[in-house]
Each structure stands twice: as structure tokens, then as C-alpha cells.
Design a protein around this ligand. Structure first.
Ligand SMILES: [Zn+2]
Length: 329
């Protein structure tokens, strides 16, 4: 089968402010990736899914319009929009929904104003039972995160792994899957980092085809020991990297086809912003870069070694992402 070189990234934070910091990249910065030469190892970016989070002041509608006009002026490939209402209610959000747009919710990040309880998620599903708009969900149970965070002060980047262990993700994934099955509501679970969560998702997918999930290259290629290295504060992202055992199991699950897509969760901050509080890891903005290496890093590590085929990588970063973004092949 002839393969058109190129990849899409369904999970990209660009052109917004997060936690008081302006993200490193704007649409114009990522546009450069669309011009990669037709190199089979580092192909051009063909599109992306971008997050639009309701800002502290103003409506989601207004922010979406600004983001869309930015993209139209600076980015030439298709963009899919993942909207996070923080204060707007369903009646304000429904008019925004349509082709190329879904919703993103978080079961954690209370301090950032993003947290949604399982009851709230269920209410959104009930209120959108006609539209069946897909929900992307960041699954980490906030009560569990608080429980572990109280036990483990954040003194070193490695503490991140103890404060947000796999169990936090697993609890939330189980509850969210129950809701998706109960309401037959399409759900896409983002950045799955725990093999046990992936196994639950695999089971739920057998019962409802509206469930999908992604993992990211960093959970497949890095492990928690990387958070012990020099300048490890630069690698702080959520969920944290997992044990070598879990990393290996995730690769096996990738081989088994459990993950629908690979996405980067690109969330890059400038180096001065990442380094400012290097000795106070709790204050380091959370997120790492990844869109530029989404395809090439997995090609180098998993295709060259024969763990997955090039065909699989193309499905994970192109064919199935286009399906999720409702793009014609
Ligand atoms: Zn993200």
C-alpha cells in the first residue's frame, strides 16, 4: 500500500496560557513542521487537535473564535478543536459544537479550575445525549491525587511519581468507562500511562465502539528513572513517567493494538519558565514538548527495532487520527 508520508497529532497545547504561563509555541511555530521534506523518518505534520480552555475572564465562544482566526492566519493544515468550558454551561456550549469540535474534561486540577466530578461528567453526558459529542478525558482521580500528594511532599522531580501514582489514573479510568458504557457516550481517554488502565479500556471497547484512547511516546520510551537525572524538572509532565516494568508493558499493549492512536500531549514552555523554580518542583509548569518528534521518536525506537511495523506507526499517527478528526483520507 502506498503510504503518503505525514502524521497528525491529536493532542497539542499551543497558543494559550496555562497556569499563568504563555505556552512556548504559537501556530506559526508549529507551521514549520508542516514543511518537513518528504522524509520517511521525519515526515510533514498534516494536522492537529488543539485545546481551547475557557480563560479566567470571557466566554469560551470568544476564545475559540480568537484561536480559530490565529490558526487560519498562521497554520495551513487542518485543526480539530477540543473545548474545555470551565464556567459556561451546556446551553452556552451547544451552539459551538459541530464538525471538527469536541469537548475535553479533567477529573483533576482543582486548583486550576479544571476539575469535574464524575457526577458533573454524567450530567454533561445526559445533557448532550442527542449530540453525543465526544469527550476527551484526562483521567486521574483527584481525591487519590490529594491523598498521595499529602503523603509525599514535592521536593524532587521524582516525587511526582509518588504523588500521582498509576492508581490515580486507574480509579478515574474505571469510573469514566462506567459512565461511557452506561450512557453509550463517546469517550476518548487521553495520555494513558498505566498498563492496567489500558487493559480496562481494552475490555470496555469490546462493549462499546465509541471508546478510544491514546498513549504518548514519553510513556513508551522514558521511565521514572529519567526523573532522577540532572535537570529532571524539565521533564515534569502529568501523568508522570512510570516504572520500567509498566513502560515495557505499555509497549506490549501497543503491539497488541490496544491504543487507537499515538499523540504527543505537546505542552512546551520556554526554558526560562521551566527553569525558574527548578528547586521547587511544585511550581514548575507542567508539560513537555513532543509534536516535532511524535513520529520520528517512535520510528527510531520501536520501528527500527522491529517492535512495531511502519504500517502500524502510520495507522497510529495518520490513518486513525484522520478518522477521529473526521478527515477524508
Ligand atoms: Zn494535554
Amino acid at each position: 500500500m502506498p503510504i503518503k508520508p505525514g502524521y497528525l497529532d491529536f493532542h497539542v497545547h499551543v497558543g494559550e496560557r496555562i497556569g499563568g504561563y504563555t505556552l512556548r509555541d504559537d501556530f506559526a511555530d508549529l507551521q514549520r513542521l508542516c514543511h518537513n521534506p518528504d522524509d520517511p523518518i521525519n515526515p510533514p505534520l498534516m494536522g492537529m487537535g488543539v485545546f481551547v480552555t475557557q480563560p479566567d475572564t470571557g466566554s469560551l465562544a470568544q476564545h475559540l473564535e480568537e484561536m480559530q482566526s490565529h490558526a487560519a492566519r498562521n497554520f495551513s493544515s487542518p485543526v480539530y478543536w477540543h473545548l474545555t468550558p470551565t464556567r459556561d454551561d451546556v446551553s452556552q456550549v451547544v451552539p459551538l459544537l459541530g464538525k471538527g469540535i469536541d469537548l475535553k474534561f479533567y477529573t483533576t486540577y482543582r486548583a486550576q479550575g479544571l476539575y469535574r466530578s464524575y457526577t458533573e461528567l454524567e450530567r454533561w453526558m445526559q445533557n448532550l445525549s442527542d449530540q453525543k459529542t465526544r469527550f476527551l478525558i484526562h483521567c486521574e482521580d483527584d481525591d487519590a491525587v490529594q491523598h498521595y500528594s499529602e503523603k509525599h511532599p514535592f521536593r524532587h522531580p521524582f516525587d511526582h511519581t509518588l504523588r500521582r501514582p498509576e492508581r490515580c489514573e486507574l480509579i478515574a479510568v474505571e469510573k469514566v468507562l462506567d459512565l461511557a458504557l452506561k450512557h453509550q457516550h463517546p469517550v476518548h481517554i487521553v495520555h494513558v500511562s498505566s498498563p492496567n488502565s489500558a487493559l480496562l479500556i481494552q475490555e470496555a471497547k469490546k462493549q462499546f465502539s465509541g471508546i478510544s484512547c491514546e498513549t504518548t511516546p514519553h510513556y513508551l520510551l522514558l521511565n521514572e528513572d529519567d526523573l532522577k537525572a540532572k535537570d529532571a524538572h524539565r521533564l515534569i509532565c502529568t501523568p508522570p513517567f512510570r516504572s520500567e516494568r509498566s513502560r515495557g508493558m505499555l509497549v506490549e499493549l501497543l503491539q497488541d493494538g490496544v491504543f487507537d492512536i499515538l499523540a504527543s500531549d505537546h505542552c512546551a514552555f520556554t526554558l526560562p519558565d521551566k527553569d525558574r523554580y527548578k528547586n521547587q518542583p511544585e511550581k514548575v509548569p507542567c508539560g513537555i514538548a513532543g509534536i516535532g518528534t511524535l513520529f520520528s521518536s517512535v520510528y527510531e525506537a520501536l520501528v527500527r527495532s522491529g517492535k512495531i511495523t511502519l504500517q502500524q506507526l502510520v495507522e497510529l499517527t495518520q490513518t486513525r487520527v484522520m478518522q477521529l478528526m473526521e478527515l477524508e483520507a
